[in-house]
Design a protein around this ligand. Sequence first.
Ligand code: HEC
Ligand code: HEC
Length: 220
Amino acid sequence: MKTTLILSLGLLMAVPVAFAEEDAPFVWSRATLALIESGDPARGQEVADKARCQKCHGEVGVSEDDATPSVAGQVRGYAYKQLVDFKTGVRENRDMQKATRKLSRQDMADLAAFYATQTPEPPASTAPAPRLVALGDEGRLLLPCAVCHGENGEGWGQQVPSLAGQKIDHFVETMTAYQNGERANDEFARMRFIAGQLTTEEITEIATHYAAARVEEEEE
Ligand code: HEC
Ligand code: HEC
């Protein structure tokens, strides 16, 4: 009886410690920012090679199909947060859950630093930005996408992802996932609200504006 009690107490105490270290949910804090900034691109490349990230995201973070996001030139803090969210299951994806299972927080900071220093594909379109990107829509409480994602879709600070040169099918799929709540790891539900106001046609138009050239077109 006594032994069982001691054992269960021991277990109860061991679990939160392990949780705090590697499986704790993501939070923005000074400590998080310091860890992100400590990321080492050279070490990140080694971790990427070992974890075989290039199988899906290409040698230097430019994906080979339109449904897999490119990660080259992605904002460090955003990429780091996504890796933590996949590992902790806050953002659901079988491939990414598997890919992040053995990664430490430092590995993730190093990976984010490596991909941030790679060059993204340029957007295929040079046409002026669609109205919603440049001006938003007051009637639907929509700020222009450019306010947060940058004039040229380059992202902002550590939190807001770059969209320039993103793969078109991933863009549409992820906006649809925000709409139906399958992707729910955006803070304050900001992107879920925004995506929820948009029609499929508007999402496709915006995705086309930011996206890299289609892979099929390049091969022709
Ligand atoms: C088997 C294929 C596969 C492997 C291996 C893989 N990924 Fe992914 N990755 C994906 C897919 C698919 C998504 C999009 C998931 C979604 O939107 O639900 C993704 C998403 C991501 C994202 C978020 C991108 C964004 O724009 O939000 C990052 C960052 C990322 N992967 C980095 C990595 C790293 C680093 C590795 C290696 C440790 C890796 N991936 C290994 C397929 C893969
Ligand atoms: C108020 C700021 C803000 C505005 C305005 C905004 N976004 Fe976002 N967006 C964000 C943030 C922050 C994230 C990252 C969420 C997270 O942490 O997962 C994001 C994520 C995204 C992603 C996911 C990127 C990826 O690689 O998977 C897409 C796509 C996106 N936004 C498109 C848009 C579009 C299109 C608009 C305009 C209609 C828009 N956003 C307006 C802040 C904003």
